[in-house]
Design a protein around this ligand. Structure first.
Ligand code: GLN
Length: 308
């Protein structure tokens, strides 16, 4: 292994410098906090099986996790329901946007846990009596994936709850179908808090690595979820993690990943590493433009493509 393709020596700042001139994409306007995000923020981080974590400049700048939380919510829901969550959710890609107002035909279940309907339901399936307890359980669970105590950005959470009309619509639809037991408002409140958890590229890379390493956090050594659940999480990232761009992503990058409207992308290369790339300007599918280009470069340079 030469320095160029060894993740322990790979030059993350050089990759960042390659990405910075890319000016395409727009920040999300869904909430004021995202509309005002620093569009120059650009960070790449790697978390390796030996527990080492490396990042470029900006690697410890914080942002809300947004949809990059979804694979971890799915894993926590599987853990807390002893796998029962698989009966409550589909796992098929939709070919539609993340917030499409659509459930699985015939069953009324969310199509998969990576779109908003599915993530709202996974938030309702974790242990806890009422929304506060469930939100607390989620933050504790995410902290185990991260290997440190995570915080919620209350402003982001409030905005998500207040302005997430499509999420409220999805929750009401699931209530009507009998798939959601919590009230629609409680379910969206918990989801809003989950999306508002603050991370940085390094933290997100460790979270991705915990899934990639069979559910064991490589930094703390803690088993967070079973190997089976970690495998399920990574498999669904691979098929559904980039929404209606999942096929294109799998062809070009070949590493299971989850995109988000904060411009964060978490990647889990099974058995190899976790990675995160963040930069707020998004393409028309809601994927970070620099993130996509960076992920392709990272995959090519480090030989990460699953079908390579
Ligand atoms: N909080 C965002 C929403 O619910 C998350 C969506 C995303 O990151 N794609 O709309």
């Amino acid at each position: 292994m030469s320095a160029a393709d060894d993740p322990r020596e790979y030059d993350l700042d050089a990759l960042r410098r390659r990405l910075l001139p890319e000016r395409a994409g727009e920040r999300s306007t869904s909430i004021p906090e995202l509309a005002g995000a620093d569009q120059h923020l650009c960070a790449i981080a790697l978390a390796l099986p030996d527990g080492s974590v490396r990042s470029s400049a900006d690697g410890t700048k914080r942002f809300s996790i947004q949809s990059a939380v979804k694979p971890f919510l799915f894993a926590l829901a599987l853990a807390d329901t002893d796998g029962g969550a698989l009966d409550r959710l589909g796992i098929e890609p939709t070919g539609e946007a993340f917030d499409a107002i659509k459930l699985e035909s015939g069953t009324g279940r969310p199509p998969n846990p990576m779109v908003n309907a599915g993530a709202i339901l996974t938030c309702a399936l974790v242990d806890g009596d009422g929304p506060e307890e469930r939100a607390a359980r989620i933050v504790t669970g995410l902290s185990a994936f991260a290997g440190r105590a995570l915080q919620v950005d209350d402003d982001v959470s409030r905005s998500e709850h207040l302005l997430g009309d499509r999420n409220h619509a999805l929750a009401h639809l699931m209530r009507d179908e009998g798939t959601l037991e919590a009230t629609a408002d409680d379910a969206v409140a918990v989801y809003a808090r989950a999306c508002a958890v603050l991370v940085d590229a390094e933290i997100l890379a460790v979270m991705g690595a915990t899934l990639a390493m069979g559910g064991v956090n490589p930094v703390t050594g803690e088993r967070v979820v079973s190997a089976r659940i970690a495998r399920d999480g990574v498999a669904v990232m691979a098929t559904c993690g980039v929404y209606d761009g999942s096929g294109r992503w799998m062809r070009a990058v070949g590493v299971p990943a989850k995109s988000s409207v904060s411009g964060a992308i978490v990647m889990s290369a099974p058995g190899t590493l976790g990675a995160a790339i963040v930069s707020p300007p998004l393409d028309e599918l809601g994927t970070s433009v620099r993130g996509r280009i960076g992920a392709e470069a990272l995959s090519a340079d480090l030989g990460l493509h699953l079908f390579g």
